[in-house]
Ligand binder design. Structure first.
Ligand code: 3PG
Length: 333
């Protein structure tokens, strides 16, 4: 391609700048993962980055924010998982042009700080959904078997599974729940097309109250936003059927932790399982024993397949942005 002609094919000045910068410098892409990707995923990311003529840097298992601040100093692009990209990190990353959260939830990135610097933030929607959906079902079975306590288990077949938010993960949980013989109901105020639910044989309910009231197992798939933080608590839990279990593979921030303690205290039949410890996990463990369980680290996307899907997608999205200005998955538009 001739550099004197190509810029005229690019619509905006920003796209031209990106193109010229990519011709002059070797771009440096940092994978910063406190909880590292599987090796195969890192190998695949390296291949994509190096084939594009860029340099890959790795910061894995870091234990202190200062290590991240130092590592981002000269990078053009950043791939992260649940790693916190705060205003401080963004300020330290003088050359940063793009951050890709390899995964779905981007509540760990300060979008306002990124936007103020013109930095593009993307996620990789759908890439790790199956892993999270499988974990949600596994958690239901684990709790219905009373955490593998002989003589006390029950089955999930024939029970009602409620899905709170019918996005990429919610849909997969719904379909898998159906395959396991569960009655599946879902609530999602952002999906108005009934056909989306009908296609999966899932019953759509009109209100969040209706959902919790019907659900023997409630699987949470809402993002952590200003609207949803602390929104799941006492009233919703208390409305659930006898022996119900709340399954949280979303974010701990969406839970009203004091409300959950109150509900579990008043209702000895209720159970709560969460992927990543609650803020008050020690209190939950002490008060409710086997009725609560938390993973030590977030396990939802901890499969080789999810790491490969999300990691490679992140690397490809960065290359496509730096070379072609593609912002399809940008979340801070
Ligand atoms: C996501 O939002 O994609 C999941 O919570 C996965 O997070 P992780 O990459 O930190 O495991």
């Amino acid at each position: 391609m001739c550099p004197t002609i190509v810029p005229f094919m690019r619509e905006t000045k920003k796209e031209q700048d990106i193109y010229f910068t990519s011709l002059i410098d070797t771009m440096k892409i940092l994978v910063a993962t406190e909880k590292p990707f599987a090796k195969k995923a890192v190998d695949g990311i390296r291949e994509i980055v190096e084939n594009a003529g860029y340099e890959l840097a790795l910061l894995e298992k870091y234990t202190d924010k200062s290590q991240l601040l130092e590592a981002v100093a000269d990078v053009d692009a950043l791939i992260i998982r649940s790693d916190k990209v705060t205003a401080e990190v963004i300020a330290a990353a003088k050359n940063l042009k793009i951050v890709v959260r390899a995964g779905a939830g981007y509540d760990n990135v300060d979008l306002a700080a990124a936007s103020a610097r013109g930095i593009v933030v993307m996620n990789t929607p759908g890439q790790n959904s199956n892993a999270v959906a499988e974990l949600a079902l596994a958690m239901m079975i684990y709790m219905s078997r009373n955490r593998f306590t002989p003589g006390t288990g029950s089955e999930i077949q024939g029970k009602t599974l409620g899905i709170h938010a019918y996005g990429n993960v919610g849909k997969l949980v719904g379909r898998k729940g159906k395959a396991l013989g569960m009655n599946v109901v879902a609530y999602d105020p952002f999906i108005t097309d009934e056909a989306v639910f009908e296609a999966d044989g899932v019953k759509k309910v009109a209100t969040v109250e209706e959902l919790y009231k019907a659900s023997d197992f409630l699987s949470l798939h809402i993002p952590a936003t200003e609207q949803t933080k602390g929104s799941i608590g006492y009233d919703l839990l208390m409305s659930m059927p006898k022996g119900a279990t709340l399954v949280n593979t979303a974010r701990k921030e969406v839970i009203d932790e004091a409300g959950v303690v109150r509900a579990l205290t008043e209702r000895e039949d209720l159970k709560y399982i969460t992927d990543i410890a609650a803020g008050n996990q020690a209190e939950l463990d002490e008060k409710f024993g086997k009725r609560v369980f938390a993973t030590a680290k977030k396990m939802g996307a901890e499969t080789a397949e999810a790491n490969i899907n999300a990691g490679l997608a992140a690397a490809s999205q960065i290359v496509d942005f730096l070379k072609n200005g593609n912002t399809k998955f940008q979340v801070n538009k």
